[in-house]
Ligand binder design. Structure first.
Ligand SMILES: NC(=O)c1ccc[n+]([C@@H]2O[C@H](COP(=O)([O-])OP(=O)(O)OC[C@H]3O[C@@H](n4cnc5c(N)ncnc54)[C@H](OP(=O)(O)O)[C@@H]3O)[C@@H](O)[C@H]2O)c1
Length: 256
């Protein structure tokens, strides 16, 4: 399988590294207009083919992944001219599969939108996928590629904005939690470096409880809240200060 990745930035670079670390048989070609990121990739993974020419990268590729900024997507599609039989995967935020299909000028071409989050760089992405004109085997293939780099969820196109706000943007809200709790710890005398790791590991633990046990957060919260104890005081303080409402609003605003 030949995969072309157009754009070697945060997303393209992370996807290239993730795919190159996978055990799947594939040839990966990455294109980028400047060479610094390409040289770095090549130094880390000799097997990755690099080029500054998008057309060379995309020619003969089975899968072409677009990892450029959203405003460059149309220009790059026109440049590479994907053909029927190639699978186009866009990681660009905010461009629907319908718009992507129109940009290609090829009705019926197989299109995927894949929205990872930045944790893809440590193989812990939450990747949201929607497809157009794809058969089940193609969907399985794309899900399988991204599943080597974290957890992957296929959603209908109309849920893409909501799921992106919850996960791709949501990682920033989770990081705000880590930052704020670390700040509280500093005020209480805990050194920032160690405090930050404590909070990050607590958050990882909370996430693992949900993912491994498949329980509801309320069930796990109840386990921590001894009647008359200290945790429930904090939980009630969060309620009073609008913690849940602030997060609900943040996700809804980001999804607009
Ligand atoms: N970051 C996120 O959390 C996130 C999450 C999900 C989806 N996305 C999407 O991922 C896409 C890429 O974002 P990013 O954060 O990876 O941006 P980025 O780090 O700026 O990477 C974009 C890359 O595209 C290259 N580029 C510019 N013009 C190009 C062209 N004509 N042909 C080929 N490559 C070109 C840039 O090269 P130079 O720098 O050398 O100019 C850069 O390496 C965006 O559409 C974004 O919406 C991002």
């Amino acid at each position: 399988m030949k995969i072309a990745i157009i754009g070697a930035g945060n997303m393209g670079g992370a996807i290239a590294r993730g795919l190159a670390s996978s055990t799947k048989e594939m040839t990966i070609t990455v294109s980028n207009p400047t060479t610094n990121k390409l040289k770095k990739l090549k130094a880390e993974f000799q097997a990755i083919v690099t080029t500054t020419d998008n057309r060379t990268a995309a020619k003969d590729a089975d899968i072409v992944m677009l990892a450029v900024k959203p405003w460059l997507v149309e220009q790059v599609i026109k440049e590479i001219q994907p053909v029927a039989g190639q699978v186009l995967v866009s990681v660009a935020a905010g461009i629907s599969t319908e718009e992507l299909e129109a940009m290609t000028g090829q009705l019926g071409i197989t299109i995927f939108r894949a929205i990872p989050n930045t944790a893809i760089s440590c193989m812990q992405s939450t990747t949201i996928i929607a497809s157009r004109n794809a058969i089940a085997a193609q969907e399985e293939m794309i899900v399988s590629l991204f599943s080597d780099m974290g957890l992957t969820f296929v959603v209908p196109e109309k849920q893409m904005a909501a799921a992106t706000a919850m996960t791709s943007c949501g990682i920033a809200y989770a990081l705000k939690y880590i930052q704020a709790v670390t700040q509280a710890g500093i005020e209480l005398g805990v050194k920032p470096g160690v405090g930050m790791k404590m909070v990050a590991q607590s958050m990882k633990g909370a996430a693992e409880l949900i993912l491994q046990n498949e329980t509801h957060p309320a069930v796990e919260i109840e386990k921590v809240c001894t009647p008359g104890g200290i945790t429930i005081k904090g939980v009630n303080s969060l309620e009073k200060d609008g913690f849940a409402a602030a997060l609900i609003n943040a996700v809804k605003i980001a999804a607009k």
